[in-house]
Design a protein around this ligand. Structure first.
Ligand code: ADP
Ligand code: ZN
Ligand code: ZN
Length: 715
């Protein structure tokens, strides 16, 4: 039984089972004073001394031998197991998790350096931990009632009732149908009809009685995709899996998938671990999106695991994007000596033949030369852009102004002494929110009312510096009198259902100019939008994050894709970018809408710098009360890695450094980067090293927390 003990890497525990337990069987076992859920793991393999009963299949545990189980329990609850205890209950009402699922979890645990038990804890529905056999029976009865509808090969719409496919869609679907199961990159511009490709590909699997898994990056994109799938396949059961469900819902949905009652499973990254006994296809929409990487606990990449799962189950994987991640793009690029690892399928044209919005780079230096230097200091938008917005308002069209920073102003300052609104607990500024006149730290949550006067010198003149969406909304309202300004960001959408209602208002034409963060830039099919403007994109150009250009390019192209989706307006649709650097290669590639050129230049830079995808990284992060302790732990860890032959194996260890955000909630953070040209040597080192780190975290170098992040997003 593998249990999530954070202090040890291998937390498998043995229990005695009165009956043969198939691998993947859910059971309940005593642990300390509690009874918790467990998963039967590799049975007799734990006891090689005793020969397996020849009459039993390999994957069955011998009744008289201990069974190894993986079971989620909370950390720190594990007592010493002096003698083998019997399994308390076998949840026989549930079929065992299949071999494919067990392999996936085993692989993920190994690759991301977590224990089996911790991974199981992360990926099984939390509610499952507490149900006993009786409660489970009750739930299953309820499920059975709901799935009285046909459970396999339900009706699907005939070709006649569906819109004819575009040429690009036809070509892509033909290529998919002709291909052996493989990983495909569906590289389609925004509005090229990728969703229709997903629907048709799914249809083929549903007809054959198989299950389809669809991953989306963000919870707020699930309802619209869910609606489209549900509408297309009314006779099939669709369930969603994401963190917005209640624990009870999540368990019901999980069970429906596990029992094969749900044919369509749609969800965020956690859904990659759904139990799908008849899996036939995996779709990963917007595969480049950073949300696919889990940022705490087991830091897995759902996109990468989807590819692994597809290959292992021998089912096709469809990775869709207008701006693929550079990793995926390289994988889908034919090598000099053969095809790429992924098959590339292209849809370069929009449905209806509409043009992509023209990209206009508005040179702020020229704006200042023409209108004087005050113009950009006092107003967020150049006069030219305001004119363009007014035209849209007059024509009854919509505009979207993208500013990727919420709040009123990122920092307040004192004009007299220069005091700034820092967070006392973090190495970060507190953001000014005007609605409730608060200064809020977006990292630790610390919030206070804005002081009446400067806390240092007492001067009453404290002013906002810079601009967030809240201030932009206010300034636009002043400059566009009569226009209906709306705003959508994390602050306006906190309550349940508010995002849906605000989006509905935009769709209904109740908003002329929408101000919003990246949250609005993704996926939404706004029909009346003809202008998208990015007003502070430059800030990401010179970021220290090596993925920042890739992210910015994807965000801007995706935002541009919100405009001109209705072919009737496409010709006059525009994306405006206010910039001090119109000649920057990123903007030039964007203006040419040339993803391939951008990818080629980025890949060339990454190759020179030996950054991913030309190297493999792992980041060891440590958090401690003092920076010295955090760095001390990392130095110790570096010595341990060297002792294990890291350097000889080709794994480079970089010196420990304070994290970019050095202090959060009074905890000091530091990190150390490991880099290798290939995965296997890095993986081998990590496998030997991580157990040492568990043992080594004591004494003077003891840290509060540490974690290995394999394939980190940012370094
Ligand atoms: P993408 O995901 O590639 O940005 P969508 O899947 O949202 O594009 O499709 C863009 C629009 O085109 C949607 O409104 C969709 O309903 C429509 N569409 C897709 N395929 C077709 C088709 N074959 N015929 C007509 N309209 C289509
Ligand atoms: Zn002051
Ligand atoms: Zn803080």
């Amino acid at each position: 039984m593998a249990l999530p003990r954070h202090s040890r890497i291998d937390a498998a525990l043995d229990y005695l089972s009165p009956v043969a337990l198939p691998v993947g069987q859910l059971v309940r076992v005593p642990l300390g004073r509690r009874v918790v859920m467990g998963v039967a793991w590799d049975g007799g393999a734990a006891e090689p001394a005793e020969p397996a009963d020849p009459g039993l299949p390999d994957d069955l545990a011998h009744p008289s031998r201990p069974s190894r189980l993986a079971g989620p329990v909370a950390a720190g609850e594990v007592g010493e197991v002096a003698e083998l205890k019997p399994v308390a209950e076998v949840l026989e009402a549930l079929p065992p998790l299949d071999a494919g699922w067990c392999e996936l979890v085993r692989f993920a645990a190994g690759y991301y350096q977590r224990s089996l038990g911790e991974l199981a804890l992360t990926v099984l529905p939390p509610e499952l931990r507490d149900v006993d056999g009786v409660q489970l029976q009750r739930r299953l009865k309820r499920l059975a009632k709901r799935s009285a509808a046909p459970s396999t090969a339900g009706e699907v719409p005939g070709a006649a009732t569906l819109p004819p496919l575009s040429e690009d869609q036809q070509a892509v679907l033909a290529a998919l149908a002709a291909s052996a199961p493989a990983t495909h990159l569906l590289h389609g511009v925004t509005g090229s009809g990728k969703t229709e490709v997903y629907l048709r590909a799914a249809q083929a699997e549903l007809v054959a009685g198989r299950q389809v898994l669809v991953l989306v990056p963000e919870i707020n994109l699930t309802p619209q995709l869910e609606a489209r799938f549900a509408q297309r396949f009314p006779a099939h059961r669709l369930v969603s899996l994401h963190s917005g469900l209640t624990p009870a819902q999540r368990l019901q949905h999980w069970l429906a998938a596990h029992l094969g009652q749900a044919q369509l499973v749609l969800g965020t990254r956690m859904a990659v671990f759904a139990s799908l006994p008849r899996l036939g296809l995996i779709v990963v929409d917007e595969e480049h999106d950073p949300s696919y990487k889990q940022q705490e606990g087991a830091r897995y990449s759902a996109r990468d695991l989807a590819v692994w799962r597809g290959r292992q189950a021998n089912v096709p994987v469809l990775l869709g994007s207008a701006t693929p991640s550079l990793e995926t793009w390289l994988n889908a690029t034919p090598a000099p000596d053969g095809p790429g690892r992924y098959q590339r399928l292209a849809m370069p044209r929009r449905i209806g033949g509409g043009a992509l919005p023209a990209v206009r780079l508005l040179d702020l230096q020229r704006v200042v030369d023409m209108h004087g230097s005050r113009v950009m200091r006092e107003h967020p938008l150049a006069p030219e852009l305001l004119v363009a917005l007014r035209e849209r308002v007059a024509r009854g069209e919509q505009s979207f102004v993208l500013l990727n920073r919420r709040g009123y102003a990122p920092v307040l300052h004192c004009t007299h002494c220069g005091w700034k609104s820092g967070c006392p607990h973090c190495s970060a500024w507190r953001v000014f929110h005007k609605v409730d006149r608060s200064l809020r730290c977006h990292h630790c949550g610390f919030s206070e009312r804005v002081p009446r006067a400067c806390p240092v010198c007492g001067d009453p003149d404290i002013q906002p510096l810079g601009r967030g969406t809240e201030r932009l909304e206010e300034q636009l309202a002043e400059q566009l009198p009569g226009a209906r300004i709306g705003r959508i960001d994390a602050d306006t959408t906190r309550s349940k259902g508010s995002l849906e209602s605000q989006l509905a208002a935009v769709h209904a034409g109740e908003v002329d100019v929408l101000v919003g963060t990246q949250m609005v830039a993704k996926g939404h099919d706004f029909r009346r939008m003809t202008l998208v403007a990015a007003v502070n994109a430059d800030s990401a150009l010179f970021s220290s994050d090596f993925r920042a250009p890739e992210r910015l390019f994807a965000l801007l192209l995706q935002a541009a894709g919100r405009a001109g989706r209705d072919a009737a307006h496409a010709a006059r649709s525009e994306m405006w970018i206010q910039t001090w650097h119109p000649d920057h290669p990123l903007y030039q590639a964007l203006q040419a809408q040339d993803y391939e050129a951008f990818a080629a230049s980025q890949l060339a830079e990454r190759r020179v710098a030996s950054l991913p995808p030309f190297s493999c990284l792992a980041l060891l992060r440590a958090e401690a009360r003092s920076q010295e302790a955090a760095l001390g732990f990392l130095h110790e860890a570096a010595r341990a890695a060297e002792a294990l032959g890291a350097v000889q194996a080709g794994v480079q260890i970089y010196p420990p450094v304070p994290a970019a955000l050095q202090r959060v909630a009074n905890v000091e953070r530091a990190q150390m980067l490991l880099e290798a040209p290939l995965r296997p040597p890095l993986q081998r080192l990590l496998a030997a090293w991580v157990p040492r780190l568990h043992e080594g975290n004591r004494g003077e170098h003891r840290v509060l927390r540490w974690a290995v992040d394999v394939d980190p997003q940012a370094i």
